[in-house]
Design a protein around this ligand. Structure first.
Ligand SMILES: Cc1ncc(C[n+]2csc(CCOP(=O)(O)OP(=O)(O)O)c2C)c(N)n1
Length: 605
């Protein structure tokens, strides 16, 4: 008996009505529609087919639709990017067995970065479990279902149709609970096909998900206000969870004359040319940020960060000490700073707005005068490693010079992403577009303000899978098709995941893939050199990425020099309804600013 016959008869066993008008898969789609999801990123296959059927029905009536990735990890990265850009839930799906194991890297990455994401994987029909069914991935096959247990906040198999809505609601609620995370549902084929009593969801999740954002610890805020008044030299550290609080944080920084730094994954929330900005603290960061924290300020307010290795400068003592006040809406993040002087639990924006209110009421002018006197002691600046390379006109083009031109030639609405590897380090350190969008409210009307969770730069922390930015760029562009997206990735990452460019082509999305072509796993090469380790395993083949793109019907350009880069018609490329590839033959000898990482690895003293 063929497996499709087995599956069909199993589905009949569960289905009380032969010609069910609505299946559980339709109900799943109805829930996603209810909470405003527009796309499901995935790859089809037998066990997940009913979901694709339901998506086709939904698409016909103008509802949500699938975006088909080339690899399931790419689908999860796309869902991650979509969630970051839109503030909505990212949803991805895969078939059972290898489809779900392929999905795992992207799900783990979202989980580790607190991105709200729902992963749905198919399973063969329930009666076939334990019989060697094709791609069986429950407990009686290759147990892919169990693998998700370790990289999600919620992992459930729907082992009976009556569980379906409850488990789905639980997964959706868990993924969206602050600070966001990944949930996984494994759904057998026959459950997806089971006749639903109605296409109308039993629960109104849209109402339950309405923001309850004003919860703060008033006593802690009052105590912090008093501490701030006693501490003229305040420094702020802005972390990834500050996306919707950034204007309030900027207003508070202005009111208290605080200088500020960001973690690499929060650089995109601020104006990198802000007069009080001292740069990125952490991976790829600036000496000026290190110096600011090492200058023993009176108080350090850190907002929305879990202080992982990359965002804490390798758990640096100058940050993690008792000058620290840690402000966060996540108890998990607060748990990471037991050395702090104070924890303030609460919605970050609400905490800042309340502090502003309290400080205003206590005559901010006096506080400002005291601070202005103190601020003469320390000036804001962002210091680059090798500033001469930033302005260099040499050929081959230096990566720093590439960052300069991208900063100058892309409009303020551009969404940049950097992949793991030297791309992330170059970007965190040198990219500084003229961003006129974030200004303290009381300094006048902000122009071209970003909305919601929008950021001009996205990088991934902690889990850091190569190829993340390539998929995430497609997801961001799908979520915000009116803004150009620029994805900076190494040739190694592109060889791993570059096929997702064809999704941007089919979806007609404006994504510029900037490939740092050095025929090497550059971060590995430079890491080995800095550590004086064996030079091994970093070489990559010489590839003409323009030709590769052109073979897919995608325009490409080879760039050897700053002059060739400057000569590009950026306006046309950034308006094209479809991707463009820039194969940039960079100077691979330039040393990326990654000494801190080497120290943490124990390779540098
Ligand atoms: C999936 C995965 N495999 C391996 C690594 C380890 N790793 C980190 S950076 C890097 C090299 C990246 O090379 P490339 O994409 O060419 O970027 P470059 O550093 O040259 O800019 C490697 C192998 C990783 N982060 N993710």
């Amino acid at each position: 008996m063929s497996s499709s016959v087995t599956i069909a008869s199993a589905a009949r066993e569960l289905a009380p009505q032969e010609t069910a008008p609505v299946e559980m898969a339709d109900l799943l789609v109805a829930y996603l529609e209810q909470i405003g999801v527009e796309y499901v990123f995935g790859v089809p296959g037998g066990a997940i087919e009913p979901l694709f059927n339901a998506l086709a029905r939904s698409q016909r009536r103008g509802g949500l639709r699938p975006v088909v990735a080339r690899h399931e990890a790419g689908a999860a990265f796309m869902a991650d990017g979509y969630a970051r850009e839109t503030g909505r839930l990212g949803v991805c799906c895969a078939t059972s067995g290898p489809g779900s194991t392929n999905l795992i890297t992207g799900v783990a990455c979202a989980h580790d970065n607190n991105i709200p994401l729902l992963a749905i994987s198919g399973l063969p029909a329930l009666p076939s479990f334990g019989r060697g069914a094709f791609q069986e991935s429950s407990g009686t096959g290759v147990n892919a279902f169990a693998m998700f247990q370790h990289c999600t906040r919620y992992n459930a198999m729907v082992s009976h149709p009556s569980q379906f809505e409850r488990k789905l609601a639980n997964a959706l609620m868990t993924a969206q609970r602050a600070p966001g995370g990944a949930a996984h549902l494994a759904i057998p084929l026959d459950v997806l096909r089971y006749a639903a009593a109605s296409a109308t969801p039993a629960y109104d999740l849209a109402a339950l998900f309405e923001p309850k954002s004003v919860l703060i610890d008033e006593n802690a805020v009052q105590a912090l206000k008093a501490e701030l008044q006693r501490a003229p030299r305040a420094v702020f550290v802005i972390g990834a969870a500050c996306f919707d609080a950034i204007e309030a944080i900027m207003a508070l920084a202005d009111l208290t004359n605080a200088l500020f730094v960001t973690t690499p994954d929060a650089k995109g929330y601020v104006n990198p040319r802000h007069p009080a900005y001292c740069g990125v603290f952490g991976f790829g960061g600036h000496g000026s940020a290190d110096a600011l924290l090492a200058s023993a300020p009176d108080i350090v307010l850190a907002f929305g960060s879990g202080f992982g290795e990359f965002v804490s400068g390798g758990w640096c003592d100058s940050l993690l000490n008792n000058r620290l006040v840690h402000i966060d809406n996540s108890e998990e993040n607060l748990m990471r700073s037991p050395m702090a002087r104070r924890h303030v639990l609460g919605h970050i924006r609400a905490v800042c707005e309340r502090l502003i209110e309290l400080l205003d009421a206590d005559s901010a002018a006096d506080i400002n005068d005291a601070r202005k006197l103190a601020s003469g002691l320390y000036q804001a600046e962002v210091t680059f490693q090798s500033p001469e390379s930033y302005d260099s006109d040499a050929t081959p083009i230096k990566p720093q010079r590439l960052m300069k031109t991208l900063s100058e030639r892309c409009p303020p609405t551009t969404r940049f992403l950097a992949d793991i590897g030297n791309s992330m380090v170059w970007t965190a350190h040198y990219l500084q577009p003229h961003d006129r969008r974030t200004r303290p409210r009381h300094l006048g009307q902000a122009t071209e303000r970003r909305s919601g969770s929008a950021s001009w730069l996205r990088v991934v922390m902690d889990f850091c899978p190569m190829g993340w930015a390539i998929g995430a760029a497609v997801g961001i562009a799908r979520g915000q098709p009116n803004c150009p997206v620029v994805c900076v990735a190494g040739d190694g990452a592109y060889l791993m995941s570059g096929q997702e460019i064809t999704v941007a082509a089919m979806e007609q999305l404006t994504v510029v893939f900037v490939i740092l072509n050095d025929s090497a796993l550059g971060m590995v090469k430079h890491g080995q050199r800095l550590a004086q380790a064996e030079a091994i395993g970093y070489e990559l083949p010489q590839v003409d990425y323009r030709k590769l793109a052109e073979s897919m019907g995608i325009p490409g350009h080879v760039i050897n020099s700053p002059q060739e880069l400057e000569a590009l018609d950026f306006a046309a490329i950034l308006q094209r309804q479809g991707p463009t590839l820039l194969d940039v033959r960079i100077d691979g000898e330039e040393v990326p600013p990654m000494a801190r990482r080497m120290k943490t690895l124990g390779a540098l003293k």
